[in-house]
Design a protein around this ligand. Structure first.
Ligand code: FAD
Length: 324
């Protein structure tokens, strides 16, 4: 039976950086991710959106950030287990047993980097053939160029929907944005850009039905008030209604929570011995749910764990002294 020094739960940007940092400190580390891919929110929810507030990166897309983190993490070849959702954490003699759908995983300490919890995009709430999901009905786009020249309808009125519309405008053949209000809930500059773009706005409209044939999709649009239906042809429908996260799991883990966020002390330790938490999952006074903040929390948590596990092992503070 192998007992890791550290099991990091959640391969979002913060869990990935924590795994790298554990490698830097020569920890025996495993990274566990419930979904089939690394990258958390940036990979799943906004791969093409630009991020401007990660230190040292003037401008980077969600997807590029995740690729960079994967490269950084690969330096120490950590073990990464995808599609491995942790459902329980139980104390054994002097280690913790993590329950997954497959085999149990054993570790002397755990770092929760579970973000907003297991997340999923909010679904389109009209009956339609779900075989179209991932084919003609999309919830995210990993490669914009695949939609070159296509007719793309986007459902939603928030930042993400506007970002997708603006990103697709120069690439797609036609972009239609369907929103149930006249006002959009995006950054003022983005909304301005949208109203001056070639994106066709359908507001205030609801999608009443979606059907598919050889020609593509037909969307039945209904005004929020009124009876007249409108029909819109599209090759793809991108549903951008935000996402719902489920961190109910945390409540079963016997960890102190504040408003469903994990309460941590200055060392990022939770109320459970040998269980630490970082990133969007945690709360403390002044906490900001930003990638940069989570990156800052990772070294503190890993250092606390290593000091606890190996009190006699001293490591230099600077990475330049650790990697030759
Ligand atoms: C549209 C949008 C735009 C954003 N733009 C910015 C921005 O410009 N700048 C910025 O700093 N931040 C931005 N953010 C916020 C940023 O994405 C988050 O702060 C960041 O992703 C938090 O990283 P994390 O690793 O803590 O969590 P997450 O990215 O949420 O990753 C958590 C991971 O843990 C996994 N997981 C959860 N539970 C389990 C379990 N039980 N077992 C195994 N795995 C599990 C999840 O599947 C997920 O992969 C944005 C967020 C959104 C939604």
């Amino acid at each position: 039976m192998h007992i890791y020094d550290i099991a990091v739960i959640g391969a979002g940007p913060v869990g990935m950086f924590a795994t790298f940092y554990a490698g830097l400190r020569s920890a025996d580390v495993v990274l566990l991710e419930g979904t089939a891919q690394v990258g958390g929110q940036p990979a799943a929810l906004y791969p093409q959106k630009k991020i401007y507030d990660v230190a040292g990166m003037p401008e980077i897309s969600g997807q590029e950030l995740v690729a960079t983190l994967a490269k950084q993490m690969a330096r120490f070849s950590p073990e990464v287990r995808l599609s491995t959702k942790v459902t329980a954490i139980n104390e054994q003699d002097d280690y913790l047993e993590l329950t997954t759908a497959g085999a149990s995983i054993y570790a002397r300490s755990v770092v929760l980097a579970t973000g907003a919890g297991a997340f999923a995009p909010r679904p389109l709430a009209v009956p339609y053939d779900h075989n179209l999901d991932g084919d003609r009905v999309l919830y995210t786009i990993s490669d914009l160029s695949k939609l070159a020249g296509a007719r793309v309808a986007i459902a939603g009125g928030g930042d993400s929907a506007i970002d997708w519309a603006l990103a697709l405008e120069p690439i797609a053949g036609q972009v239609d944005l369907i929103h149930r209000r006249n006002q959009f809930r995006g950054l003022e500059s983005s909304v301005n850009q949208l109203t001056h773009s070639h994106v066709h706005l359908h507001t205030p409209n609801l999608i009443a039905s979606v059907t598919a044939d050889d020609q593509g999709l037909e969307l039945d649009l209904r005004p929020v008030r009124g009876e007249e239906h409108d029909h819109l042809q599209a090759d793809y429908l991108l549903v951008s209604y935000g996402f719902a996260s489920d961190n109910k799991q945390l409540r079963a883990w016997n960890i102190d929570l504040t408003h469903n966020q994990v309460s941590v002390d200055r060392q990022l330790a939770t109320s459970r011995a040998h269980v630490y938490a970082i990133g969007d999952a945690v709360t403390y006074p002044g906490k900001l749910k930003l990638i940069a903040s989570g990156f800052g929390e990772a070294p503190t948590a890993i250092d606390s764990i290593m000091t606890d596990l190996y009190p006699d092992r001293r490591a230099p503070l600077h990475s330049s002294s650790m990697i030759h």
